[in-house]
Design a protein around this ligand. Structure first.
Ligand code: DON
Length: 307
């Protein structure tokens, strides 16, 4: 059975390869030079076995898939009460880059949209770290989830920062409400570095498997965050991870998940596996077209729907 998994993954990748719909993200110019045909899929089990097919060792930037992991680090560092006072847990039903702040309080609706993720980034390190050290803490934390040292892609980071008007505007709104209490540009700069961390589909599957394994990395055996933190993170992925496509995803795939605009997509099945796919063309929600198709197949072929 085990040796059949790569064949199965090859077959499913082959089946979705005819789908050339969707567009590369181009609001970050450096992402528009990605090779659109690349595709890969990886399963990582909670006992450390890894099965993959296609482009599983191609590096790309993590983008919004960093958000649940940075949220986990913020919860671990700052505690639930502090984080929940600043970032909600309700689906926004809006695009990832909408302002989506609660009326009156200015609290971002959830940590998966940009407004929430910019705030979450600032909560890593419990407000005790200067911006550069906070970025280090985030990169080291993401590395612990992946089980190997990760680095920041300086070119993608610079390209996004040159065009970060919308995230800067959101951060200034957050500052005006007192949700952020420091220089908005420094926080966006750190958040953009967080989004520019380079990963492979193999890394992402291991990061998802660490969530599936309740916070313990299956490869290294290290506890990265507390069990209670993982429960919170998976709940928010389940309700908000796919933005304004969250309802379609819940009904058609039914796995807690998170997407990124460089084409990555992860899903985590508690106690079982982490799944990651990579394919850069995106739908109108900013989710990978082939990634969504792959997850739909995995869910229906293997009965993985848990939501
Ligand atoms: O903030 C941004 O616009 C990007 N750094 C991340 C967006 C993203 O990946 C949205 N997800 N699909």
């Amino acid at each position: 059975m085990q040796s059949m998994i790569p064949d199965y993954l090859d077959q499913v990748l082959h089946d979705v390869a005819s789908n050339t719909s969707g567009e590369l993200a181009d609001y970050i110019p450096e992402l528009a030079v990605a090779e659109p045909e690349r595709s890969g899929a990886v399963f990582a089990t909670v006992d450390g076995r890894v099965y993959g097919a296609g482009d599983i060792d191609t590096e790309f930037t993590i983008q919004s898939i960093s958000k649940p992991f940075a949220y986990a680090l913020a919860l671990d560092d700052s505690g639930f009460d502090t984080v929940l006072a600043k970032v909600g847990v309700e689906p926004s039903g809006e695009a990832f880059n909408e302002i989506s702040l609660e009326r009156g309080t200015g609290r971002p609706r959830n940590p998966m949209i940009n407004a929430g993720a910019i705030t979450t980034h600032a909560l890593v390190g419990a407000g005790l770290l200067p911006p550069d050290e906070r970025v280090d803490r985030v990169v080291r934390g993401l590395s612990a989830f992946a089980g190997r040292p990760l680095t920041v892609d300086a070119a993608v980071c610079a390209s996004e920062m040159d065009n970060a008007h919308r995230n800067l505007a959101i951060a200034h709104m957050l500052r005006s409400y007192g949700i952020l209490d420091e220089d908005p540009r420094a926080v966006v700069d750190g958040y953009v570095k967080q989004c520019s961390v380079l990963v492979t589909a193999r890394d992402l599957a291991m990061m998802a498997a660490t969530l599936a394994n309740r916070g313990i990395n299956p490869l290294t055996g290290d506890r990265v965050v507390a069990d209670s933190v993982v429960r919170q993170v998976l709940s928010v992925m389940a309700t908000c991870g796919m933005y304004d496509a969250a309802g379609d995803w819940a009904t058609q795939v039914g796995i807690p998940a998170k997407s990124g605009v460089a084409g990555g997509l992860i899903g985590a099945l508690p106690g079982q596996i982490g799944i990651a796919t990579f394919s850069p063309r995106l739908d109108s929600h900013g989710n990978s077209v082939r990634g969504v198709a792959l997850f739909e197949r995995f869910s229906s072929d293997m009965g993985l729907h848990v939501m």
